[in-house]
Design a protein around this ligand. Sequence first.
Ligand code: IPD
Ligand code: CA
Ligand code: CA
Ligand code: CA
Length: 259
Amino acid sequence: MSEVKWEEIFETAKNWTREAGEFIKEKMSESFDVSTKANENDLVTDVDKGVEEFFKSKISTHYTNHRLLGEEGSYKAIKDLSGVVWIIDPIDGTVNFVHQQTFFAISVGVYIEGEGMIGIIYDVMNGEMFSALKGEGAFLNGTKLDKLKEVPLQESILSFNAGWILKDRRLEELVKACRATRSYGSAALDIAYVASGRLDGYISFILAPWDIAAGMVILKEVGGVASRYNGDALDFLESGTFMAATPSIYNEFLELVKK
Ligand code: IPD
Ligand code: CA
Ligand code: CA
Ligand code: CA
């Protein structure tokens, strides 16, 4: 593969993501179809599909040797992460999109040989774009994010879905020990919030590559840590458990799961 111009791809990807955000806003003023996938709470709309088509068409026109792994179908063609692969969640937080019309994001990761180079998470309705280019730091609307600080558990704000406590009662210990818990309904934004210090840790028991690909590039730039819930390394071809945090809180998570 000829030399990849990452700075240029980064700028292009941010522009396309903003454009996709405008497309979503336009569609929100019209009516759109909502259907279900794996179960009655697993929603998808024709707007999700339209955003994925938008990226598919842009990537295949401008970067003919790049591939797309997207939630709404294009993942099926991807069996490995060789070359440059765009890992995209067209709308992360579809339930929020349908029910609340806010707090959902477009998540765009660009990987080469399985290594994250670009991460973009765009909170469309709040106009916040979290982004990172590997080695260049992470940004929120162009302002560089600080490196994450040590946070004692008793002063931390942690995010996880209340349902996960039913799956692992050890999480009750975290709920009792931390300052507060939150549940936002967009994994990509949860990770972006950890990266920007708004949250100190986030746990999920099932996330897909498109939920975490962009977030991992952003999180690493500020010194955040993430893995599967048992401490194993993440991979970007399989779904699985996930925990991400500032290092001091990540160690608390590890202590808990070792018990
Ligand atoms: C979902 C959201 C949600 C998380 C789910 C994801 P989607 O993504 O990120 O916060 O708890 O596991 O599937 O389906 O809205 O893109
Ligand atoms: Ca979905
Ligand atoms: Ca998602
Ligand atoms: Ca989605």
